[in-house]
Design a binder for this molecule. Structure first.
Ligand SMILES: [Zn+2]
Length: 254
């Protein structure tokens, strides 16, 4: 992933006057000096709840976590923990929208596994805290990220580590909401396919609740093993490996 884009613009913090640097495409910026979060275009204060998680790992103990992961699981090469070398470890606060959405999908479809096929109707009613990545270019496996929402705390700039990178949002809340609705309907479509073989009608109603802007501390790890680079993403608050590339084990001679 590329996170170092050349900085081309600057504004002043509407609260303390300090310079805030931002990159093309970013729409919400947080001041590193006073923590004030503002909408870049208008300079106005950001109205939504801004939350984060406590990062509980530093450069040393995150390595322990990586090695522990390398040592466990039978799909990994036996010498992975011994031979791999960590070449990059960056703590990045990744922005997300967490959207409280109540949804009701009603559907009609054909169940073809019986002869004759039957028409079935049903509904799915679910409430979600749906997560939308607030970046366009950043690759992040959002659906694999089981976000530890119980642990969320108000965003406090004083707790952000000096060496950490903070990414600003590139996605407006309305756009995030549209994306969430689309993803929820797709998810329901997937669930419905377990009940009927062919969907004839589908309709989803949404009730939209609170939106929270959230910065999650994520460790981006790159390690080298047998001259190849591999990537890992680790949740810095609970230490869960969100994604870890496993090198293919060298096939031994039987
Ligand atoms: Zn400020």
């Amino acid at each position: 992933m590329r996170i170092d884009v050349p900085i081309i613009q600057k504004i002043n913090c509407a609260h303390c006057g300090a310079p805030i640097q931002f990159k093309p495409g970013e729409i919400i910026a947080t001041c590193r000096y006073c923590g004030f979060t503002q909408v870049i275009e208008t300079g106005r204060a950001f109205d939504f709840e801004h939350a984060t998680f406590q990062n509980n790992y530093d450069g040393d103990n995150i390595e322990n976590l990586v090695h522990e992961w390398m040592r466990t699981g039978f799909t990994k090469p036996g010498d992975l923990a011994r031979k791999a070398r960590i070449i990059e470890k960056d703590l990045v606060y990744i922005p997300f929208w967490v959207l409280d959405i109540n949804s009701l999908t009603t559907y009609k479809g054909i169940f073809e596994r019986l002869t004759p096929p039957v028409v079935k109707e049903g509904k799915i009613k679910k409430r979600y805290n749906w997560l939308v990545l607030a970046r366009k270019a950043t690759k992040f496996p959002t659906r694999e990220f089981d976000i530890p929402l119980e642990g969320k705390i108000p965003y406090d700039f004083r707790k952000i580590e000096g060496y950490a990178k903070i990414l600003n949002s590139e996605i407006e809340q309305d756009k995030a909401m549209e994306k969430a609705k689309q993803e929820i309907e797709d998810h329901h479509r997937f669930l419905i396919k377990q009940d009927v073989d062919r969907i004839m009608e589908i309709h989803t109603k949404f009730e939209v609740g609170k939106a929270t802007y959230l910065h999650a501390p994520i460790w981006f790890i790159i390690y080298e093993y047998r001259k190849k680079r591999h990537r890992m993403l680790i949740d810095g608050s609970v230490g869960i490996i969100i994604k870890g590339d496993i090198p293919t084990a060298k096939l031994g001679i039987l």
